[in-house]
Write a protein that binds this ligand. Structure first.
Ligand SMILES: Cc1ncc(COP(=O)(O)O)c(C=O)c1O
Length: 457
């Protein structure tokens, strides 16, 4: 729509096509790479204030420069293509999104069904007392002694991540994050003006962390924290005791925060254990843990999470942020509080189910020629390298050009989980959140899709 550039009163601006230029007075054409005039840019560039009306007339109201840069979710970006496939009568197995298909436990549902208050009121900003007490008990059972005031209830783990970055970082600061990582860390960091500095890990090395020396070279004056997800979304890895010790030592020696996203804490397989950052006694003043009931209790829509820290300054700031957004969901907290009724064996059945699913996915991946994968130990994801030049194009093709007995499959393209440009282009993330039969059908689609894909390497 815009084709020519002009400078008026010191402001560079792209003008509408020539016909409309006739209406303009004083102008000089200059090159400018911007696609339209942005108000902030105009104000910055302008030597006159306010902006002259003739310029304002040319400007369409626009969002901030920061907002334009927020990345699209790689997990959801293929949704329109999936809709298209469904429109053609094709069933789409969704392995792109980490939404468990299991039932939310009965005690949660009972609370919601039996809620009898005349209105749904705000809950206190720190969280409902009944839920904070339940959380204290939950962490005690997991081996961590906490006071109520060391837990801030949040709107999902998402808000806990956002609060944490707001609290520990200033604009311009940097955080180190092992990549591939949960993609929303990027957007959260951008919201806070924080730069994500990736610590690359590879499927060929089972996504192990780089050695301390390679992490240390990435630390500079602006580095504030190491943020990691354990067990990891998207790789399914669990940090070893050595890796945790390395992170803990670096945090102490280099004066960093350690932010542990532990929303998959219970999803651990093969008798392995997750070392919570809450047990790193030496550095408790610099630990923040992000948590959530979304995956733990298959209650993603309840929107309940929490931020945990033994650092009183962190908790004071978290409360102020919580006060500004008033309250976390009241009903969600009441339902979550009822989870304390669940027996200690509650997770055994769930873990067994996910182990079965993981094994199906892993076995299928191992049997497809050219695929590189590894056996994940936790969460319900895995990243696999495919014999294709562009996994996003392949994932799109599966939705637009492929079907097997009326079925196809949707994956999240891998590149969106990396901050380093070019990495992950031949990878996909698989969320094994479907029942056995569906999972087998989905993997059969992947196998046959790869056999027939015209651009297969
Ligand atoms: C690693 C990780 N952290 C945090 C979240 C946020 O979850 P929620 O906001 O639903 O608690 C997710 C959701 O997928 C996740 O995978």
């Amino acid at each position: 729509m815009y084709s020519e550039i002009s400078e008026i009163s010191g402001i560079s601006v792209q003008l509408p096509r020539s016909s409309q230029l006739q209406e303009m007075g004083d102008r000089r054409l200059i090159p400018l790479s911007q696609t339209s005039l942005h108000r902030e840019s105009a104000l910055k560039m302008s030597r006159v204030s306010p902006i002259p009306q003739c310029i304002l007339n040319l400007m369409s109201i626009s969002v901030s420069e920061r907002a334009r840069q927020f990345p699209e979710s790689p997990i959801r970006k293929l949704f329109p293509l999936a809709e298209g496939a469904r429109g053609r009568g094709i069933h789409v197995y969704q392995l792109n999104i980490g939404q468990p298909d299991l039932e939310t436990p009965g005690p949660f549902m009972k609370v919601i069904h039996e809620f009898s208050q005349p209105n749904v009121a705000y809950s206190p900003s720190p969280g409902e007392n009944i839920y904070l007490d339940a959380l204290v008990e939950y962490y005690r059972r997991a081996g961590h002694e906490l006071e109520r005031n060391q837990i801030q209830v949040t709107i999902g783990g998402s808000e806990a991540i956002h609060f944490t970055l707001q609290i520990i970082c200033s604009p311009g600061d940097e955080i180190l994050v092992p990549e591939p990582f949960y993609t929303n860390y990027t957007t959260m960091a951008m919201m806070c003006g924080v730069k994500v500095v990736p610590l690359p890990t590879k499927v060929e090395d089972n996504f192990r962390l780089p050695p301390a020396s390679e992490i240390e070279v990435k630390i500079n004056d602006r580095t504030r924290a190491i943020l990691f997800c354990n067990p990891s979304n998207p790789t399914g890895t669990i940090l070893s005791a050595d890796e945790m010790a390395t992170l803990s030592r670096l945090a102490k020696q280099r004066d960093l925060w350690l932010v542990a996203d532990e929303v998959y804490r219970e999803f651990v397989y093969d008798g392995k254990t997750v070392i919570s950052a809450l047990s790193l006694e030496e550095i408790q003043d610099r630990v923040v843990v992000v948590d959530s009931i979304s995956k733990r209790y298959a209650a993603c829509g309840a929107r309940i999470g929490c931020l945990v820290s033994r650092n009183p300054e962190v908790m004071k700031s978290a409360l102020r942020l919580a006060q500004a957004r008033l309250s976390a969901p009241t009903l969600g907290q009441l339902g979550a509080a009822a989870m304390r009724e669940l027996g200690s064996d509650f997770f055994d059945g769930i873990v067994a189910e996910y182990v079965k699913r993981r094994d199906i996915v892993h076995e299928e991946l191992q049997n497809i020629p050219g695929v590189v994968s590894f056996l994940p130990s936790g969460a319900f994801y895995t990243m696999a390298k495919l014999p294709v030049p562009d996994a996003e194009a392949f994932a799109s093709w599966l939705l637009t050009d492929f079907s097997r007995d009326g079925h196809t499959v949707m994956f999240a393209p891998g590149n969106g989980f990396y901050a380093t440009p070019g990495l992950g282009n031949d990878e996909i993330r698989i969320a094994y959140v479907l029942k056995e039969d569906d999972l087998r059908g989905a993997m059969a689609c992947l196998r046959e899709g790869l056999e027939t894909y015209p651009d297969r390497l």
